[in-house]
Design a protein around this ligand. Structure first.
Ligand code: NAP
Length: 337
């Protein structure tokens, strides 16, 4: 094992899309675990749209990454040294390890990943934050009932593809909104959605009239902006709008674009609720058990988009999310298993 490693540390708060110069790529010593700590060799990193928000100053659901700090990231890795009673050398683990090759952790928030049950990248996707977000956002906030119409945006992405599949398992009619003909075809053919709308090429409002003729009972929003506004015009009475994310706004240098059509909530006695997956930490076990069962039964397909670039590829790989270049969960491979 080398005594040095590479890390990305935040160098500047981005304006618009993050640039490579917003991070410093540095060589640093591999730490030594102290009493109650473990050393993890990072194998895969989760790339998340939320990373863009973590780079901003100001109040949010989590503190910002400070200038000079290792960029925050969830990862999966292997324990290579341990002075922690719950973790042994050779264990595979998932946790907030940061954009770096090795991480010394005190074990808080670290969970074990069993590569015999699922490939390690799945622990960053369907059996990780992605699956948990889809599960609680849809079931707890969206409260879909069999026979109802569920619409999800960012539908070919990590969270969206799981949301749509869970809604199908629950007996709903599912319409996905995604960018491009290839992604839309995949939603129907691979993920079993009932219909898909290409928001880059189609009029979303008009297409919803065709695909959700009785209105939208649950809208799971990952993108915000114009797509949110269009879906608001098609709500059914009593609809639930789940605000999971607003990726169309994350790099905007203008103030976030709010929904002009919000009066539709009043007319339709509908609700719009924000959700943060961390609020469900006490119930993660329940969701993981169910998601793993659906995966094992073949009712849920987990799709990972793995970039084999090493840690140095982080800045460019992150941008794939904002260019719509990923399908399923975007993962950066840092080292061989
Ligand atoms: P993802 O959907 O796998 O990747 C992002 C996708 O967003 C891209 O592939 C792209 O797909 C789409 N996109 C990019 N720019 C867009 C734009 N301007 N307008 C519309 N769509 C755009 O990412 P994810 O990890 O699953 O995250 C999805 C959303 O969930 C994000 O908003 C994220 O912040 C949110 N999230 C929230 C929580 C929570 O606790 N609330 C937890 C996890 C994730 P197209 O090609 O289809 O445009």
């Amino acid at each position: 094992m080398s005594s040095t490693q590479h890390q990305f540390r935040l160098a500047a708060r981005p304006v618009g899309l993050p640039k490579p110069s917003d991070w410093d790529y540095v060589e640093a010593p591999v730490g030594e675990p102290g009493d109650g700590e473990l050393l993890v060799k990072v194998l895969y990193l989760s790339l998340d749209p939320a990373m863009r928000g973590w780079m901003n100053a100001g109040r949010s659901y989590i503190r910002p990454v400070e200038i000079g700090e290792v960029m925050r990231a969830v990862g999966v890795g292997r324990v290579v040294a341990s002075r922690h009673p719950d973790f042994a050398v050779g264990d595979h683990v998932s946790g907030m390890f940061g954009v770096q090759e090795y991480c010394v952790s005190d074990g808080r928030g670290v969970t074990k990943a069993d590569p015999a049950l699922a490939p390690l990248p799945v622990y960053l996707g369907t059996l990780g934050g992605t699956g948990l977000t889809a599960y609680f956002g849809l079931i707890d906030i969206g409260r879909p009932e069999a026979g109802q119409t569920v619409v999800v945006s960012g539908a070919a992405g990590a969270v969206g593809s799981v949301v749509g599949q869970i809604a199908k398992i629950l007996g709903c009619r599912v319409v996905g909104i995604a960018g491009g003909e290839r992604k839309c075809r995949m939603l129907v053919e691979e993920f079993g959605f009932d219909a898909a709308i290409d928001y880059r090429d189609q009029d979303v409002k008009k297409a919803l009239r065709e695909h959700a003729p009785d209105g939208v009972d649950v809208y799971f929003d990952n993108v915000g902006g114009d797509v949110l506004d269009a879906v608001l015009t098609r709500l059914a009475r009593g609809a639930r709008v789940v605000i999971c994310g607003a990726i169309s706004q994350y790099n905007s240098v203008e103030p976030a674009k709010g929904p002009a059509n919000y009066m539709s909530l009043l007319v339709n006695r509908a609700s719009m609720t924000g959700m943060v997956v961390f609020d469900y930490v006490d119930r993660y076990g329940e969701a993981i058990e169910q998601l793993a069962k659906w995966l094992a039964d073949g009712r849920l397909t987990s799709k990972e988009d793995i970039v084999d670039g090493g840690v140095s590829a982080f800045p460019d790989t992150l941008l794939k999310l904002f260019r719509g270049e990923n399908t399923g969960k975007l993962v950066l491979k840092v080292a061989d298993e």
